[in-house]
Design a protein around this ligand. Structure first.
Ligand code: FUB
Ligand code: ZN
Length: 648
């Protein structure tokens, strides 16, 4: 039962009957993720991180939510506790997101104590729901004095209130909890809320859109799980409705007000219809959630205008607006995408934007089967996402800059605490990102020590990977079909292994020479001819067939497009998928004056004693040796200067 319930893994694909079809076209993604419950991660790099997420991060966030009044807000809304609403108007989501993280974790690792904690939390949440389905504690606690920015009445200030954003995270949590445990408690709360939303908003009802996207992709998940098409239509309504400049009739916020930025329609992606938004603008987290839902709409509703838009947006983001770490968002004040090539290294690169990017790229892959989406996912995962959490798992970055003057450090929690639980829910779903499948094709997307069960033509294929990735590029795979079977094994050949650090001209290697990847099947070399970025091996597979992929990983100096003003005359270091940085502690206490000629001799070595085990790079210039560590691992030894881009 449990396996069946999480068949969808990352995307929460249908368990219940498919929604009735009113439009022509595919009703689901052509490619399916191999469910997280069908994948065992044994990897030296990821398994400990998934365990830390389970044993440290999730309990830590649950405790912080209690400590900071986030759970009490639900008790107050249910009148089991007296007192005013505490905190920001989107704090309900921190409770929903950690329920989601814990649910995905439970799906893989049964834990009766965590199960009980979730049951208790869910009972507290459910009690806060008003009889007609409305659930938003910033208002329910004291409707006469709602939290700042919530608006005077229900749904009155959608551009600032996060009311619908909150519902979205509730639905995602409910779907995860149902899929992980089979329990419908939270799903019932979500359905009641979504029914109210559907009764309130629509072509024949109130026409408005959330200032912060999220509910759209969540409604799609709810449609899958319940089999009720109306939630999918409601998601499409919210998407189609954008661009009608909602909320401008409300009193505008004065410059200097903390809500001033909400006046800006581009900031909240409501300036033009979404199918005409071919350039990424506005708040980066909102944007990635929007693009994820647009990818769902393009696919589930077979809408070519949406399909064109998401492809154009992907090209735009990856060629003009992405940090070398995969981070998104360069504007600090508005947490937004900047103009073309404006990528200052003080950056914003919110952890949530990396999470949102990963969710979007994964959908793009499932829709199109192209490796460029996974190349981008991988870059984000190992760099701008992973930097969001300390090695210990209990402190977090909200912003992920590429330079530090030594004042930054991770925090235990935040007033605006969206990032920690977002990071955690993604980590819990990581096993579901490794493999994917469509009839006749099994995709190996990430190189992670693991074993997976894949169902093909009613038979089981077992695939395992053994590897020291990301430190070494050798991947040893074993294929064990239940019986001899014809199918294609599609192995992603990362762009970084083909002389291109990224899939656009935004970054390039200073010396684009590279040794080509080598593929062997049962010891015999197989020529690599790429289709959509995959080496495809079609054959009659039998139990015990062995596939060896070797991806050479020289140290590379990376240069940015000349349009990126701040990176002119500078280079970054990359080896395999890992972007490196210089940290003061390894380099005599300061890195701001270091210069590294492009021809400085480089060496690399694994240091098991450092930062839970990392491959370090050393560069020798004159009589000085400079040490670089993986960017994700910085700030785990106290404060200090850090730089990714170093003058040459
Ligand atoms: O808008 C409030 C929070 O800010 C959201 O949860 C995140 O997207 C963050 O940027
Ligand atoms: Zn965040």
């Amino acid at each position: 039962m449990r396996t069946l319930l999480v068949v969808a893994g990352v995307l929460g694909i249908a368990l219940a009957p498919a929604p009735p079809r009113e439009t022509a076209g595919p009703a689901e993604y052509p490619i399916k993720a191999v469910a997280l419950t069908d994948v065992q991660v044994t990897d030296a790099f990821w398994a400990p991180r998934i365990a830390t997420n389970r044993t440290v991060t999730i309990p830590h966030i649950i405790a912080e939510n209690e400590k900071t009044g986030r759970v009490d807000n639900f008790r107050k809304a249910a009148r089991t506790l007296q007192g005013p609403y505490q905190g920001q108007r989107y704090n309900d989501t921190d409770v929903y997101k950690i329920i989601e993280a814990a649910s995905w974790s439970l799906a893989k690792y049964p834990d009766p104590a965590l199960d009980r904690t979730l049951d208790e939390l869910i009972a507290i949440v459910a009690a806060a729901q008003e009889p007609d389905g409305y659930i938003y504690t910033p208002r329910t606690v004291d409707p006469a004095t709602p939290a700042a920015g919530a608006g005077p009445e229900r749904w009155s200030w959608l551009h600032t209130s996060h009311e619908l954003y909150d519902q979205g995270h509730l639905y995602e949590a409910a779907v995860a909890y149902f899929q992980a445990t089979g329990k419908r408690t939270l799903l019932q709360v979500a359905i009641k809320s979504a029914d109210l939303v559907c009764r309130t908003f629509g072509p024949n009802g109130r026409r408005d859109v959330p200032g912060h996207e999220e509910i759209e992709l969540a409604l799609v998940k709810l449609a899958r799980v319940t089999g009720d098409r109306k939630y999918l239509d409601e998601a499409k309504f919210f998407l189609d409705e954008r661009g009608r400049r909602h909320g401008v009739e409300h009193p505008t916020f004065e410059p200097g007000s903390r809500f001033f930025m909400y006046n800006d329609l581009a900031y909240r992606q409501d300036e033009t219809p979404v199918t005409a938004q071919l350039q990424a603008v506005g708040h980066a987290v909102r944007a990635t959630y929007l693009y994820s839902a647009m990818t769902d709409a393009a696919t589930l509703l077979d809408d070519p205008a949406y399909a064109r838009a998401v492809r154009a947006l992907f090209a735009d983001v990856t060629s003009k607006r992405m940090y070398v770490t995969g981070g998104l968002g360069s504007e600090g004040r508005t947490e937004a995408f900047g103009p073309d090539y404006v990528l200052p290294n003080r950056a914003y690169a919110e952890t949530c934007a990396s999470v949102g990017g990963i969710l979007w790229y994964h959908r793009l892959f499932l829709r199109e089967g192209r490796a460029d989406a996974i190349d981008t996912l991988e870059r984000t995962l190992y760099n701008g996402y992973l930097s969001g959490v300390s090695l210990a798992g209990n402190t977090f970055f909200y912003q992920n800059p590429l330079v530090s003057n030594g004042t930054l450090q991770r925090s235990e929690y935040f007033d605006v605490a969206c990032c920690p639980a977002n990071l955690s829910r993604l980590m819990a779903q990581l096993p579901g990102l490794i493999y994917a499948q469509q009839p006749g094709i099994v995709y190996v997307n990430l190189f992670v020590g693991s074993s997976a069960r894949v169902y093909e033509a009613g038979k089981v294929i077992r695939i395992s990977q053994a590897t020291n990735y990301p430190w070494q590029g050798e991947v040893h795979m074993t294929v064990r079909p239940e019986r001899q079977m014809d199918f294609t094994l599609a192995l992603r050949i990362p762009s970084w292994a083909q002389g291109r650090p990224v899939i656009s001209d935004l970054y390039r290697y200073a010396a684009p020479r590279y040794a080509p990847p080598v593929l062997r099947v049962n010891g015999a070399v197989v020529p690599i001819a790429l289709t959509d970025g995959y080496a495809r091996v079609r054959r009659r597979w039998k139990k015990g067939d062995v596939v060896d992929l070797s991806l050479p990983m020289p140290v590379q100096r990376v240069l940015a497009h000349d349009g990126v003003a701040e990176d002119r005359g500078k280079a970054a270091l990359q080896r395999g998928p890992i972007v490196y940085c210089l940290e003061a502690i390894d380099n005599g206490g300061s890195v701001s004056t270091i210069r590294l000629p492009l021809d400085a001799a480089t060496a690399h070595a694994f240091r098991s004693d450092l930062l839970n085990g990392v491959e370090t790079i050393t560069l020798t210039t004159g009589d000085r040796t400079v040490v670089a560590i993986p960017y994700y691992a910085w700030n785990n030894r106290g404060k200090g200067e850090m730089a990714v881009w170093v003058p040459y």
